[in-house]
Design a protein around this ligand. Structure first.
Ligand code: NI
Length: 273
């Protein structure tokens, strides 16, 4: 029988940021909260999360792949990702976590909650072999024809430490332009992007307990190191954004890695196909 997690627990838990954390976000390009959801919701979320990663199934055909190796390649998953898990489990949109992410997004972006939407992905790092996700700006992944008002809300389901792959940020990098990126291994069939020449001495690590959350601007440079711990490091990332505004003709940036990545994505062979 298909796994049915039912609706998320209905326990009221509202989080808002104080002025110090809002200021930190504007100054540094990131901030965090110790808690964005309840233990009850985490307990509900875990089997749902594991069902999405079981048998590399994901939420839709082609929506599960490893970020650090070519789409078609065989081999163990080191940085597996599930895209848009809510296409299989729409009740994810009714979670306390998403409600709080939108409320905090409204505070940080200065946009009314009613104008904000979310989409999400999940990245799991297996114990001991889970790979790094290199330095990048999220906007570097996106369609170059739009202007974005967006932030990433990242929640671990397991302890996120320096050893297990917690978030690292470069303070102030959100005020910079999009840096040149390239695909890992210079191979556009690998989804993950890398920004070179990042001064890692400036990096700030943000360890978090399960159910905490970091928030980062869509241009903040960030990465997660490999998981060298003995336990899986599961995380759910929600992008909170206003509908992107189309740029006028000739206004869009030239990002060759986006073009090459899209061509490789369209050519990829789907599992079982
Ligand atoms: Ni990112």
């Amino acid at each position: 029988m298909a796994f049915d997690p039912g609706p998320p627990p209905q326990i009221r838990f509202a989080v808002h940021l104080d002025d110090a954390r809002i200021e930190a976000f504007h100054r540094d390009g990131f901030t965090h909260v110790e808690r964005i959801t309840t233990d009850e919701e985490l307990a509900w979320l875990e089997p749902l999360y594991d069902a999405l990663f079981a048998d590399r199934r994901g939420a839709w055909r082609g929506g599960y792949f490893d970020l650090a190796r070519p789409y078609e390649s065989e081999g163990p998953d080191l940085v597996p990702q599930v895209l848009m898990p809510d296409l299989r489990f729409p009740q994810l949109r009714q979670t306390t976590l998403v409600r709080n992410a939108i409320a905090i997004g409204a505070q940080l972006l200065g946009v009314p909650e009613s104008e904000l939407r979310t989409w999400s992905h999940m990245i799991s790092k297996p114990p001991r072999v889970g790979g790094a996700l290199p330095w990048h700006q999220d906007e570097a992944y996106w369609d170059t024809g739009f202007r974005y008002r967006a932030l990433g809300c990242w929640t671990p389901l397991d302890p996120a430490t320096r050893e297990s792959g917690c978030m690292h940020f470069i303070p102030g990098s959100h005020r910079e332009a999009i840096r040149p990126h390239r695909h890992i291994g210079d191979d556009p069939r690998i989804h993950g992007l890398v920004a070179d020449d990042v001064d890692e001495r400036r990096a700030v690590a943000v360890p978090l307990a399960p159910g905490g959350a970091t928030f980062h601007h869509c241009r903040t440079l960030h990465h997660t190191p490999p998981n060298t711990s003995d336990r899986v490091r599961r995380a759910w990332a929600n992008e909170v954004q206003r509908d992107p505004a189309p740029l006028a003709e000739g206004e869009d940036a030239d990002r060759p890695w986006v073009r090459a990545g899209r061509e490789a994505w369209n050519r990829r062979r789907l599992p079982g196909g």
